[in-house]
Design a protein around this ligand. Structure first.
Ligand code: AMP
Ligand code: ZN
Length: 146
């Protein structure tokens, strides 16, 4: 895997050790460290050790490398605390999608109860859709693979 850094990137600085982090795991390809916000206790970020801004910039090799590590790190975070009952894995891409650091990262957010501090809302808009609307969107996306 290539290791390219962006000198202005806070997560590249963490990889290089120029900014401290509470690292829980690292190898040649990825680094996992506590998110400073601790949305829920144990909230961990997994980042590739090369500067890539978002998921849209991954090639298949980088994806295979990074995604292969996530289940192992997720299990370690879960197993570190018996009160953890589940986990949301969240990847924000673009400011409108709540991305604030433009070095791709995956949030591992341990879940304790449905009253803990993590919320995610999927509004059900299916009442506004008919077959023609679904099919039009399907065709627009499928066309991108041609
Ligand atoms: P996102 O909003 O998805 O881009 O997530 C960026 C995350 O990085 C936020 O949850 C921040 O709390 C976290 N963060 C920013 N700076 C640091 C830092 N120096 N150490 C650990 N986490 C950080
Ligand atoms: Zn970076």
């Amino acid at each position: 895997m290539t290791h390219d850094y962006d000198d202005d990137c806070i997560f590249c600085k963490i990889i290089k050790g120029e900014i401290p982090s509470y690292t829980v795991y690292e190898d040649d390809d990825v680094k996992a460290f506590l998110d400073i916000s601790q949305g829920t206790p144990g909230h961990t970020l997994v980042i590739p050790k090369t500067h890539v801004p978002d998921i849209f910039a991954y090639d298949a090799d980088l994806a295979a490398t990074v995604f292969a590590k996530i289940p192992m790190i997720a299990r370690a975070v879960r197993d570190a605390n018996p009160a953890i009952n589940g986990m949301n894995i969240v990847n924000n891409n673009g400011e409108v999608a709540y991305q604030s650091v433009f070095h791709s990262h995956f949030h591992l957010v341990p879940r304790y109860t449905d009253q803990d501090d993590f919320k995610m809302v999927f509004k059900d808009n299916s009442a506004n859709y008919d077959d023609a609307k679904y099919a039009a969107i399907q065709a627009q996306i499928q066309a991108q693979f041609n």
